[in-house]
Design a binder for this molecule. Structure first.
Ligand SMILES: [Zn+2]
Ligand SMILES: [Zn+2]
Length: 279
């Protein structure tokens, strides 16, 4: 049975996210480990780490996933921004280690006008740079499939494969599949045949063994729109059939599946309950 959950705000403190997740019916949660709109993130104190782990056990949250800050761009063509991004990403890893978080999801990056190919090379170099300085970190770094909005890269499976191939420490990399992003990027996960074909392609190009997390979001915009607008499950272009199909897919039966849909906690609780009912 997949581990269903949602993104939980940590504005009331990291350790409070676990109880909140349980209240909403989560078996897995995703968090930002620091303010996602600020460059400066405080390290996690040993007291907070202790409380976090106790709360995780008490609330029976099977897995916690971290999402990196929106400011980080590991593909930045500006040397200062790139250095800041690499430093901030290293600190993301440190916080995951302190909290014993097994997966750090990140948006691969934006080329900012320099083109996709250079961006993919810069991302791989950034990952090598950061991971070489953290040889013992256990957290796995998950590349998220993107919608390809603006200059974002990572919208084609081939691009994720390129980053993986170029990265020396690619045994530490995995992938997070976002349903809204993949659909907006042009992958047909709506029709049964398209769905099968999409995951065959994923397996052929990336390998299903690298798939570690799903983001379950409906899409406000159509297939191939390259616009990243999440919608509540069932209210967008995908519809409930797609989400029911994913949570019942044997291949993904042990994976965490995280909602990042609009509408706040009340809505999360409702969507989680409906999903769990389908399994
Ligand atoms: Zn996502
Ligand atoms: Zn998105």
């Amino acid at each position: 049975m997949p581990l269903i959950g949602c993104h939980i705000s940590t504005e009331d403190g990291l350790e409070n996210a676990l109880a909140r997740g349980r209240q909403l019916g989560c078996d897995a949660i995703q968090i930002f480990t620091s303010n996602q709109m600020q460059w400066k993130g405080a390290p996690v104190s040993s007291d907070t780490a202790q409380k976090f782990q106790t709360a995780q056990a008490q609330n029976d949250i099977k897995i916690v996933i971290a999402h990196d800050s929106y400011l980080i761009n590991l593909a930045s063509p500006e040397p200062v921004k790139l250095a800041m991004s690499r430093k901030a990403f290293s600190e993301e890893i440190d916080r995951c280690e302190a909290l014993k978080i097994p997966y750090l999801v990140f948006h691969p990056g934006s080329h900012m006008g320099q083109g996709d190919e250079i961006a993919l090379q810069t991302i791989a170099a950034s990952l090598d740079n950061v991971l070489a300085k953290r040889p013992d970190a256990r957290v796995q770094i998950l590349l998220e499939t993107t919608a390809g909005q603006g200059t974002n890269v990572g919208y084609a499976f081939e691009q994720l494969r390129t980053i993986i191939d170029l990265c020396q420490s690619n045994n530490r990399l995995g992938v997070c599949f976002d349903t809204c992003h993949a659909f907006a990027a042009g992958y047909d996960i709506l029709s049964p045949e398209g769905y099968e074909h999409t995951f065959e392609e994923f397996d052929r190009i990336i390998g299903l063994s690298r798939l570690k997390v799903f983001h379950l979001n409906d899409s406000r915009k159509g297939r191939g729109s390259r616009i990243d607008r999440h919608e509540n499950l069932g209210d967008g272009e995908l519809g409930w059939t797609v989400f029911n199909r994913i949570v019942c897919d044997e291949r993904f039966a042990s994976l965490p599946m995280i909602l990042e849909t609009p509408g706040g906690d009340e809505n999360f609780a409702k969507e989680i309950a409906i999903l769990k009912n389908q399994i």
